[in-house]
Design a protein around this ligand. Structure first.
Ligand code: AHR
Length: 496
């Protein structure tokens, strides 16, 4: 088939680093043993943070990190995690066999991780069991001058300069939507307004992420009602973004056909990938909600702050850990394609969770470490970051091919990524770039012999990126992701 590329940047669709963001919290071994090994650990670390995690995040260009939850944000009291005295507390949502919530990794450690990786921090405030006052204290600790009460505490712990955190998640869906006041969006809105009010004028310089909804909540009118109240019927400031969570797979509703993490049939392979259309549905739903309820000209965006596959193996008793195969890499690439295509409204997309949990990017056990297949998938697509989307027009429809193309700000480079999700068929594509002078630069591929193949501590590179012949005539192997770079060979730009 012919694939026509129109090398005109779509100005509204900028693929920012924020679409390669991550989320993590205090479940299983995401933080302890994963991200945080401690300053005295024999495991290579930078200020207690596992060096391989820091380096891996840099390699991926991770744009933002969201912490301390998720559900854990609803029970997180930040004062336990600063200064020299870090009490262990009861973890109300952990495995009953180990209900201890350690606080060695707290606000300064999280912000250090962000500094080291260049990621933007997003702090989720506790709107469930916390208070607006606790939020104000936290805000002061993080952003206040050193002469304020909590700014002084921060300075005393070695960081006199305010961190300048801009983005704040106002609550997490689970407690707010499901537990505390089920189906009462006005209760959440009232709470949101209190959190906004404690900052008054500062609020306008910040990015507040309010709660959106996913279809899984089964409460389609919830977000519109909350927004009506927050904006006083479209007359006051809406949230800057709405948070959307959605996991797909065998552990989630409607996902039974997907099978297990490794033990899945052909039908299960396609079932998981087909479920991804729900992400597009979530985004479309929020476009409508924002248009109708955020107010005239509102610039409210979508923060897809928890996405990934959740396989049946990832139970709470198993610390939500799951093996991941090439199927998960293809799933991740297709999900990222959806976020890029909707980059006019999706501001953040967060792979969940960074380490050892669900669709993790890193797996560790003591000193052992490897990168599961979603890591190379994200890395393969990294060259799209910082570019504008361009139109891709295939002259035939093939539901097993999924393509995204982007152009660099200087219009000298086009990146094309194509997923061939077919399990058996090689696909032939002629890439036809409109305008003269575009020549293939380099290409890479992510695939493996079998879609059930995966990486492990003993075989960390079974699913990894390999060079691929760069050509405008591509033969894409089954179950593969290919990334091609086209270079503008003209001295004059290929597009003006
Ligand atoms: O472990 C992932 C949890 O699932 C998050 O804490 C929560 O926000 C989501 O529902």
């Amino acid at each position: 088939m012919n694939l026509h590329l129109i090398p005109e940047p779509r100005k509204t669709h900028f693929i920012s680093r924020r679409l390669h963001s991550v989320f993590f919290e205090y479940f299983g071994h995401a933080i302890y043993d994963g991200i945080w090994v401690g300053k005295d650990s024999p495991i290579p670390n930078i200020d207690g943070l596992r060096r391989e995690v820091v380096e891996g995040c840099r390699e991926l260009g991770v744009g933002a990190m969201r912490w301390p939850g998720g559900c854990c944000a609803d029970h997180y009291h930040w004062k336990n995690g600063v200064g020299p005295d870090r009490p262990a507390r009861l973890h109300p949502m952990s495995d009953p066999a180990n209900p201890v919530w350690r606080h060695d990794f707290g606000t300064d450690e999280f912000l250090r991780l962000c500094e080291l990786t260049g990621a933007e921090p997003i702090l989720t405030v506790n709107t469930a069991t916390g208070s607006p006052e606790e939020f104000l204290d936290w805000f002061e600790y993080v952003n206040g001058p050193a002469e304020t009460k909590f700014g002084a505490l921060r300075a005393a712990t070695g960081h006199p300069k305010p961190y300048g955190v801009k983005c704040w998640g106002i609550g997490n869906t689970d407690e707010n939507v499901w537990h505390i006041d089920y189906n009462n969006p006005v209760a959440y809105a009232q709470n949101y307004l209190k959190y906004e009010t404690v900052l008054r004028e500062d609020r306008r310089r910040l990015c507040f992420i309010g709660l959106g909804l996913s279809t899984r909540h089964g409460l389609p009118g919830w977000t519109g009602k909350a927004l009506d109240h927050i904006t006083r019927n479209q007359r006051a400031l809406p949230p800057d973004a709405l948070s959307v969570h959605h996991y797909l797979g065998g552990a989630k509703q409607g996902g039974q056909l997907c099978g297990g993490a490794v033990d899945f049939s052909e039908e299960g392979y396609y079932a998981l990938l087909n479920l991804l259309e729900r992400y597009q549905y979530d985004i479309d739903l929020h476009r409508v909600i924002i248009r109708e309820h955020a107010g005239p000209g509102a610039k409210t965006k979508v923060c897809f702050d928890e996405w990934g596959a959740w396989h049946p193996e990832a139970t709470f008793a198993a610390n939500q850990n799951q093996p991941q195969t090439l199927r998960d890499a293809i799933f991740a690439a297709l999900a990222l394609h959806i976020f890029y295509r909707n980059s006019d409204i999706v501001e953040f997309a967060m792979e969940t969770q960074l380490c050892n949990l669900l669709q993790s990017l890193f797996e560790s056990a003591g000193a052992k470490f490897y990168r599961p297949p979603p890591f190379p998938a994200m890395k393969l697509l990294k060259p799209h970051l910082g570019q504008h989307l361009i139109h891709v027009l295939p002259d035939e429809l093939d539901k097993d091919l999924d393509t995204v193309a982007s152009i660099s700000p200087d219009r000298r480079e086009i990146i094309v990524s194509i997923v061939n999700r077919h399990l058996h068929d090689e696909k032939h594509i002629d890439v036809r770039t409109h305008g003269d002078g575009w020549t293939p630069g380099d290409a890479e591929i992510l695939t493996a012999d079998d879609v059930h193949d995966r990486n492990s501590f003993d075989a960390p590179s079974t699913v990894s990126i390999a060079p691929f012949p760069a050509s405008s005539r591509l033969a894409l192997p089954p179950h593969s992701i290919v990334r091609l770079r086209l270079i503008c060979g003209h001295i004059a730009r290929c597009v003006d």
